[in-house]
Ligand binder design. Structure first.
Ligand code: ZN
Length: 278
């Protein structure tokens, strides 16, 4: 369904005149020659119905598909049951609005380990994901649920965890944040390592996993405490060029969302480099 990789920004481009208006954001994406845009619900899922229907319309008319990112305060491993319940609700809310806007893929940070065993956390996340999947199917909402590959060692969302979750929950797929993978592991910053990750995805999840990807890329810095900061590509040693080469060589397709602070500048830079590759 994708002919190549599509490039877009995490949220409305900075150069949009009305930065608070996502419809204007989609128009700006089109003007910039970019391909897609991610709706950021990082600080809450609030959107008027007329905005979501206008988004669906402009996205269709301009041929700019949308993805979305759920709120930050989600923790499917929270101590209190009511916090787990409200995390489930936030994911469902994000899915509902994303669906109204016509987005087909949504990502979110699923949980924190809270010093629990990763195996126990996995079981809890899996249980909630099954509940979410069932509720969405009763609402007749079809959307890819993509827990993000997270950048901090305190967060659920390693490559292995996302692969296992994808195998056990139907509508789950990984959101491959390669900058986070690098920050999290201190590895995966060479052409050979990028190809290795893509081969693992293909082997574990099938060839289709590379044909419908949802990827995040930005510059990044991290320290041993696992603090991380998103940077512009040229301020970081993240090897985005070799990543794009590996993605191209393995014929990967889908969305690449840029979440560098300069958003569209790096998105355009990545798209230009990708399109120049033979
Ligand atoms: Zn994220």
């Amino acid at each position: 369904m994708f002919e190549r990789l599509l490039f877009g920004t995490a949220g409305v481009p900075n150069s949009t005149v009305k930065k608070s208006n996502p419809v204007e954001g989609v128009k700006r994406i089109h003007e910039l020659g970019l391909d897609c845009m991610q709706l950021e619900f990082a600080h809450g899922v609030r959107m008027k119905e007329e905005v979501s229907s206008a988004l669906r319309k402009v996205s269709y008319e301009l041929g700019i598909p949308l993805t979305s990112h759920g709120p930050y305060y989600i923790n499917l491993n929270a101590r209190e049951q009511d916090k787990i319940d409200s995390s489930v609700e936030r994911i469902i809310q994000t899915a509902k609005i994303s669906d109204l806007c016509g987005a087909e893929s949504m990502t979110f940070h699923a949980a924190f380990y809270m010093k629990d065993s990763p195996y126990d956390v996995f079981d809890l996340v899996e249980k909630s994901m099954n509940v979410i999947e069932e509720r969405l199917s009763r609402l007749d909402i079809e959307i890819e649920l993509r827990p993000e590959l997270t950048g901090k060692s305190s967060q659920f969302g390693s490559l292995e965890e996302l692969i296992s979750l994808t195998k056990s929950v139907n509508s789950c797929k990984p959101c491959m944040d390669f900058s986070h993978l690098y920050a999290r592991s201190g590895q995966y910053n060479t052409y050979e390592e990028f190809v290795e990750v893509l081969k693992v995805l293909k082997q574990e999840l099938g060839a289709k996993a590379l044909k419908q990807m949802h990827i995040h890329i930005s510059g990044i810095s991290s320290n041993s405490k696992g603090d991380l900061k998103h940077l512009n590509l040229d301020q970081s040693d993240f090897n985005w060029k070799d990543l794009l080469r590996a993605l191209k060589d393995e014929d990967c397709r889908g969305y690449i969302i840029c979440n560098s602070p300069n958003l569209e500048k790096d998105a355009v830079k990545m798209k230009e480099y990708y399109m120049s590759l033979q």
